[in-house]
Design a binder for this molecule. Sequence first.
Ligand code: 0PR
Length: 385
Amino acid sequence: MQDKPIDKQDILKELEELHKLDYKYSDGRILGSMCTEAHPFAKEVYFKFLDTNLGDPGLFKGTKHIETEVINSIGELLSLDEAYGNIVTGGTEANLMAIRAARNHARKYKGIVDGEIIIPESAHFSFKKAADMLNLKIVEAKLDENYKIDVDALKDVISDKTVAIVAIAGTTELGLIDPIEEISKIAFENNIYFHVDAAFGGFSIPFLRMAGYDLPVFDFSLPGVCSITVDPHKMGLAPIPAGGIIFRKEEYLEVMAVDSPYLTVKTQSTIVGTRLGASSAATFAIMKYFGKEGYCDLAENMMKNTRFLYEEIIKIGYDVVCRPELNIIAFNHPKMEAGLLAEKLEKRGWKVSVAKCPVAIRMVLMNHIKMNHLKELVEDLKEIF
Ligand code: 0PR
């Protein structure tokens, strides 16, 4: 740090120069991100609540009420009358809280000490972080030929050390939904904690179902489901950071509670202490602003774009990995390696990512990708072919 204060204008100039190095969602070139530009109204509200701290909710009673309302609204979307949980920094923290709740619950009620979690091969890497931090062993459940959890293989790996089973509603690489209803039954019968990671799909599957899309149930209407991750900062159009963790019962928060004697509340279950109220306020605002109708339109629009690109890609001759269930498309050139294809696209300005399972170009069609961008992309894909 320099000794003397610097003029605001000079600081801003330096920051703007650096900001220019960032890609902008509005250019329509970011095809490998699950985040998008937050809605301007959500950003406005976020700014107003920047100084609120949900780590000490007795000081910020209004903002705590807002968080509770948001959790209840998301809970209602997920078929839960009374929801418990928090708005956190993202899917990673939400998954970490879920696995911590499962581990502590199993320790308290079943006496399991060296616990294991069963996650699909398609699970987001946040579960590896959670297992590492919580000292749990990861047991992978194999996928079937459709890249979804193979339910029989899952049954085979359940043991008396299993503290949680995880399934995904909107996988990171392919946007697929695991057979959650079947897994819920297995978890329920075996009295095992079942967490659904709907970080990506949670803000679109319920709305697509309302709009008549034939997508499976993944929520608390299934009795085995104990918690769900749903991220407002992905398909919810809330500003980063906004993740959501919803629990079926309060006892899952209670088993994580530690004493916080000098605060205005006497226990705390979240991982983070001082935490943003702005994320809750912005999520509250955007959910009210869109309503179910607004989110239905958004989700349907992204699916229409996905269908358009999917059909065009097939017409050109690329091999698609699977029929998209949500707004993610993965495909390969019949003769060109995915890495090389990604490089060629990158040279033309497209920021794509390469999926690992299976290796393929992966495109996430978020709200910042409009039809004009897709038409340009199709032209480039034709030329490269
Ligand atoms: N669960 C699922 C199913 C996810 O896809 C992700 C993130 C997480 C949990 C973790 O969420 P947070 O990153 O909010 O903690 N999926 C994306 C990914 O890792 C996140 C992302 C977003 C990556 C924007 C790149 C990017 O530009 O691929």
